[in-house]
Design a protein around this ligand. Sequence first.
Ligand SMILES: C[S@@+](CC[C@H](N)C(=O)[O-])C[C@H]1O[C@@H](n2cnc3c(N)ncnc32)[C@H](O)[C@@H]1O
Length: 269
Amino acid sequence: MKSKQRLYANLLALFKKLPPSVIALLLQFAAFALTLLSARLSGLQPHPLVFALLCGLLAMTFSRLVGLAGWWLPIQLLFAPALVLALALDIPPNFFLAAFLILLVVYWSTFRTQVPLYLSSHKVWRALEGFLPQPGTNFRFIDLGSGLGGVLTHLADARPDGQYAGVESAPLPFLWSCLRIKLGGYRNCNVQWGSIWDDSLGICDLAQYDVVFAYLSPVPMERLWRKARAEMRPGTLFISSTFTVPDQAPQQKIQVNDLHRSTLLIWRM
Ligand SMILES: C[S@@+](CC[C@H](N)C(=O)[O-])C[C@H]1O[C@@H](n2cnc3c(N)ncnc32)[C@H](O)[C@@H]1O
């Protein structure tokens, strides 16, 4: 009996370790199976849209029970009905393939990293200028998850005396930033395709940088803080836009007057 309980507990722990997107999909399958079973047992043949709505209601309830974030609930409710409506529109399958491929190259592993592409504002870029070391110090700056490369090229324009690096995991933003750097003639900018957690990429060793900037999401902040503490040199700056580190109050906060009301959180190592 106890070994069964332990098995359930282990399975539950394993389930909770999955990325939320995978959990959401598994719950959709569970809701579909349960709705199908109920329909078979009751002998009812509901209209496909009613069937899909029942699936959605169940998936939403399961999602709430397992503690998925609130914004998943409407997605879970509407996913199956949206599928039925899309099928009724008779859209050519190539449209979905094309949409999938575009989303794939833009967002890549977001389902796992939980860090999508969204861009920091020009006002954030300008605020960052104030944290670059004094002219003549031959400093190095890195943007972890550099998106379309806007932070790097802006700072390289404003302070051509620095060296600017970026690392980006999504293919299209990476290619975009490479073109931006090449066509703009920025010789002091360099972007690498890969993950910020990949220690085999020399560019990700934070000991090389005077300023480390990240605009990611709440999910990786604790791990990123551990990496920054382990690698960054004393006196260098770690700046996170918007997302703080759990239990680590920043030494300085700068409120940026942009559309997202961004905040720059600054730690001197
Ligand atoms: C919120 S965007 C910020 C883009 C840019 N730094 C800016 O401020 O405009 C975060 C970027 O980090 C990338 N990213 C997420 N996880 C990553 C990882 N583990 N390694 C490298 N890039 C990552 C995403 O693909 C996305 O382009």
